[in-house]
Design a protein around this ligand. Structure first.
Ligand SMILES: C[S@@+](CC[C@H](N)C(=O)[O-])C[C@H]1O[C@@H](n2cnc3c(N)ncnc32)[C@H](O)[C@@H]1O
Length: 280
């Protein structure tokens, strides 16, 4: 939700952006921030699931799955990339109530099952825009909960931010998802720079007309990454993964030199933006 979907579209390069995560599955697991416990508590309070099963779309390596599973929620995960799914099986090994199914959400069928909760963590923008709301309705029964959330990060120091963006631009990364300083994030979920109006995906949910009780929440916390973790983070971001290998390698070297010359850490604002809605 922090990044509009048009910024995340495939760029027409040989590797479609939505399929690049698996080649860096371990970097993804090491480098990506997770999600706030308060967010998970809020989703579960809103959903009042009881013993019903949740459906997770695009579970990746399980950064959100583990948080729901640890609270006893049975989860069916749909994840298209077999390499991400392999890490997901490992990170959720302690939870027999997590089931992993490998495939695109568009090709997956809930058959007759209706879930009490469908959640997607930093993945809903990858699901086919022409079909995603119909697919959500098919998977949820009436009164089912849709929970969509994202976890953008933003550098706090303007000078460091400018130096990082300069490296990005020299290697052809124009608009990475973390292309905003922390000071540009206000209190309202989904907005940067005091943007007026709800933005995506709230606008699409309203237009769909089959959801009610729409709510949005923004959670903020401070994150400090060391150089190695920041490099793993960059190596897991699709805007970087689609670079020619040599450019990515050089960009990572220059980024490491920059961070190491400034104490070997970067302080960031970690945002979690949550959108909740219920099927009518
Ligand atoms: C940015 S990752 C998010 C992973 C995880 N949910 C997290 O929060 O760390 C996006 C995930 O969506 C998956 N994905 C991409 N297209 C998808 C689709 N059509 N259906 C389901 N998942 C998809 C990718 O394979 C990837 O694991």
């Amino acid at each position: 939700m922090a990044a509009a979907p048009d910024r995340l579209k495939d760029t027409g390069r040989a590797t479609p952006r939505r399929t690049v995560f698996g080649e860096a599955a371990e970097a993804y697991e090491d480098g990506r921030p997770g999600y706030a416990e308060e967010l998970v508590a809020q989703v579960l309070e809103y959903a009042a699931l009881g013993d019903r099963t949740a459906l997770e779309v695009g579970a990746g390596t399980g950064k959100a799955t583990g948080l729901f599973a640890a609270r006893g929620v049975p989860v069916v995960c749909v994840e298209p990339d077999a390499r991400m799914a392999e890490v997901l099986r490992r990170t959720t090994d302690a939870y027999p109530h997590v089931q992993v199914e490998v495939g695109d959400f568009e090709a997956w069928s809930p058959s007759r099952h209706r879930f009490g909760l469908l959640y997607a963590a930093t993945s809903w923008h990858w699901v086919d825009p022409a079909r995603r709301w119909d697919l959500a309705h098919s998977a949820l029964g009436p009164g089912g909960t849709l929970a969509l959330f994202w976890n953008p990060v933003a550098a706090i120091d303007p000078e460091l931010f400018a130096a990082l963006r300069d490296i990005d631009r020299r290697h052809g990364v124009e608009e990475p998802p973390h292309d905003a300083l922390a000071s540009r994030y206000g209190e309202e979920a989904g907005t940067v720079d005091g943007q007026v109006g709800p933005g995506w995906p709230v606008d699409e949910i309203r237009r769909d007309g089959r959801f009610t009780d729409l709510r949005t929440v923004r959670y903020r916390r401070n994150l400090r990454y060391d150089t190695a973790r920041y490099l793993a983070f960059l190596a897991s971001v699709s805007a970087y993964r689609v670079l020619p290998q040599h450019d990515l390698a050089q960009l990572l070297v220059e980024t490491a030199e920059l961070l190491d010359s400034r104490g070997g850490t970067i302080d960031m604002l970690g945002i979690n933006d949550l959108v909740l809605a219920r099927t009518v």
